[in-house]
Design a protein around this ligand. Structure first.
Ligand SMILES: Cc1cc2nc3c(=O)[nH]c(=O)nc-3n(C[C@H](O)[C@H](O)[C@H](O)COP(=O)(O)OP(=O)(O)OC[C@H]3O[C@@H](n4cnc5c(N)ncnc54)[C@H](O)[C@@H]3O)c2cc1C
Length: 316
């Protein structure tokens, strides 16, 4: 069992919570604790923490808004970091005197950011309206949907690498693919976006339309982490197919496993009842995966990141 020593962060400018209930603060509202939740007050403290964790092999994970995360009921070893202090949330317009460039800290809320920009008539991030995310989490996942992806608007991304050193990547060094990027550094620190001055009223109308579409098509009020599985490529045509449709065809829409359910509204959403178990969602996901494989030979890959003490997605 990994033991996390307080000597890793005792002298750093950070806020510390032991046995922190990160599962219930994720969008699933269920799951276990982190040995330590750390909120750095400065970028230097975060960089030093990364270096020290690397030296002693302590897992360090970054939690954004927890909208694509399922924390197993037994919790997660090591350190979970949240970038929710002021130095990580700044929204800066007119970067380097360029009206068409904004820089946003990784800890800033995506929807709040695009609303702030829309008030001054800056367009670019509105296709992401209604996607719950921090800027860092949205970059890591290349969040997007019917109206576009965050990668479309990126001018540059800054990260802290495994040695805690700052790396700034211009857009032409980055690859944004369907729900993934080529960023391997453990922490996204900020992103700069290309924006376009536009009529604020027209922008507001567009944002309302996109929000209404999301509300119509997704069970936003339920406890979930959005789509459980990536849309796979059809092995014969090579075309991307809807995982939701494949799940629907197995007849599992509305299927329940204890506190977890395949959403009757959108078959690629697994939802969990208030007070339910993360394990139920994990097991239901496994059942869905087996049924789809049996039905059409396609092995669905999870889009939701699962953290646990074993068998979970590895830390960055
Ligand atoms: C109701 C609902 C609707 C959704 N709709 C959509 C949709 O339409 N399109 C879509 O793409 N997604 C959707 N999602 C999923 C989710 O919104 C996105 O995946 C989003 O990008 C997650 O961001 P987050 O900040 O919550 O990341 P988290 O869930 O906290 O983390 C996700 C991953 O990103 C990593 N990460 C987070 N922050 C950082 C950082 N600063 N540096 C490095 N790594 C980091 C985490 O370690 C983890 O591996 C939806 C989710 C919900 C609950």
């Amino acid at each position: 069992m990994i033991r996390t020593s307080r000597s890793l962060f005792g002298d750093l400018d950070v806020q510390v919570e032991a046995d922190a209930p990160i599962g219930v603060s994720s969008w699933f509202c269920t799951g276990g604790t982190a040995d330590f939740l750390i909120r750095p007050n400065t970028i230097d403290a975060l960089a030093e923490l990364i270096r020290r964790c690397r030296q002693v092999d302590t897992p360090l994970r970054i939690m954004g808004e927890g909208a694509n995360l399922l924390v197993d009921d037994d919790g997660v070893p090591g350190i979970v970091v949240r970038l929710d202090q002021e130095p990580f949330k700044a929204i800066e317009t007119n970067v380097d005197g360029n009206l068409e460039l904004v820089r946003v800290g990784a800890g800033a809320d995506l929807s709040r950011t695009l609303m702030t920009l829309s008030r001054t008539g800056l367009a670019g991030l509105e296709p992401l309206m209604g996607v719950p995310a921090s800027i860092g989490g949205a970059i890591r996942m290349n969040a997007g949907g019917a109206f576009g992806e965050i990668g479309d608007a990126v001018h540059a991304v800054a990260c802290l690498d495994a040695q805690g050193e700052l790396q700034v990547y211009p857009a032409d060094e980055l690859r944004f693919e369907y729900r993934r990027t080529n960023i391997v550094d453990p922490v996204v620190l900020w992103a700069a976006f290309k924006v376009e001055p536009t009529d604020p009223m027209a922008l507001r109308t567009r944002i309302k339309e996109i929000a209404a579409y999301k509300k119509r098509t997704q069970p936003l009020a339920e406890k979930s982490a959005g789509c459980m599985f990536r849309n796979p490529n059809d092995p014969s045509s090579g075309e991307r197919v809807s995982a939701g449709k494949l799940i629907d065809q197995t007849g599992l829409k509305g299927h329940r496993l204890r506190s977890a359910e395949v959403s009757p509204r959108h078959a690629n959403f697994i939802t969990v009842d208030r007070g339910g178990k993360a394990r139920d969602a994990i097991e239901l996901g496994d059942l869905v995966r087996r049924r789809v494989f049996d039905a059409c030979g396609i092995d669905l890959q999870r889009e939701v990141v699962v953290w646990g003490r074993d068998g979970s997605d590895p830390p960055a």
